[in-house]
Design a protein around this ligand. Structure first.
Ligand SMILES: [Zn+2]
Length: 329
């Protein structure tokens, strides 16, 4: 009975066990696993976001086999191709081809609503490669448009995948705009050289060198470039944001970010009108008594395929052995 607070009416508590992928306990366990790796390996050094490119030739090849076929018709192909590319990227990273010796990796795959998959990857480097200098960051992470004449491939890749915007005053209706501000804080400031501040945050070099790319008739310069590694970008031809993140304050945020779980929506089903049979008039009913709450989880077709294929949503290396306590479900 509503309003009755006696123990008999307190009801039972139903929980989703941690073995249920995406449940609160599952997310907490993954967060704790990531923290266990952190205790062993130190803070993560690089935060990489790898986004699927719908125009990868392999995906286009499959779509072209049937006239009129669109990407939403083949979520299975998107899932498989993204997994292949993600494995390749991880393989490259683990073999130290881009950033040095990697001792641990944690990643989470996410699916935007009706959108493409992307992976958030945390890389833990060998202790010799931690505490970078600005010069070292410049070697692995750039936030500038390459020279078209000297590096045409790099220029094309940055132009295609790593330009943010236009937003702010140029396009106030951009998807990144909330309350008239770009949530990603673009455009950044011009900066003559890379510096690392006292808190360990890098401020990437973004020189005012007159180089720009044009998008929708707007000239976008280095202030709009998302930090990246040029070798990865040219090889994988996709949006790959690379950020240096060796900072104690960001660690919990980052781990929560990669284990925050899928999008959820709370729907309230309520019937607040009824028709009086004798008069035919519509009356408002007491909505409190017909409220039902349904906690829904949206799963896109691509995520469904990913799960059917049993690809990992959360990955970590080295392995973490969980010691079961009595409170585990
Ligand atoms: Zn923006």
């Amino acid at each position: 009975m509503r309003g009755d607070t006696t123990p008999a009416s307190a009801g039972k508590r139903f929980v989703l066990p941690s073995s249920f992928i995406g449940s609160p306990r599952y997310m907490i366990e993954n967060y704790q696993d990531a923290m266990a790796i952190c205790r062993w390996a130190g803070y993560p050094d690089l935060f990489i976001t790898f986004t699927c490119n719908a125009k990868w030739p392999k995906i286009e090849l499959f779509l072209s086999r049937k006239p009129g076929q669109k990407i939403e018709d083949r979520p299975d192909v998107v899932a498989r191709v993204f997994k292949i590319k993600l494995d390749q990227l991880l393989n490259d990273l683990k073999h130290g081809r881009h950033f040095g010796r990697v001792i641990a990796v944690v990643y989470t795959v996410e699916f935007q609503k009706r959108g493409l998959p992307h992976a958030h990857i945390l890389l833990f480097l060998h202790s010799d490669d931690k505490h970078p200098t600005a010069a070292k960051i410049d070697k692995i992470i750039l936030a500038e448009i390459p020279d078209l004449n000297k590096e045409p491939l790099a220029y094309d890749a940055v132009k295609q995948y790593m330009v943010h915007g236009p937003c702010e005053s140029i396009n106030s209706r951009a998807s990144c705009m909330i309350e008239n501000k770009c949530v990603k804080h673009f455009p950044k400031k011009f900066c003559f050289q890379t510096t690392v501040d006292n808190d360990g945050f890098p401020i990437y070099r973004r020189r005012d060198n007159g180089i720009y790319v044009e998008r929708n008739g707007v000239k976008l310069d280095n202030r709009y470039i998302v930090p990246h590694n040029i070798d990865l970008l040219v090889k994988f031809q996709a949006h790959i944001n690379v950020e240096w993140c060796n900072c104690s304050r960001s660690i919990k945020y980052l781990f929560k970010y990669i284990t925050k779980g899928p999008d959820r929506a709370t729907l309230i089903l309520e019937e607040n009108l009824h028709v009086d049979a004798s008069t035919g008039m519509q009356n408002m009913t007491d909505t409190d008594e017909v409220k039902r709450y349904l906690n829904c989880r949206y799963m896109s077709a691509i995520e469904a395929c990913w799960r059917i294929f049993e690809f990992e949503i959360h990955y970590r290396q080295p392995a973490v052995q969980r010691l079961r306590g009595r409170l585990d479900f």
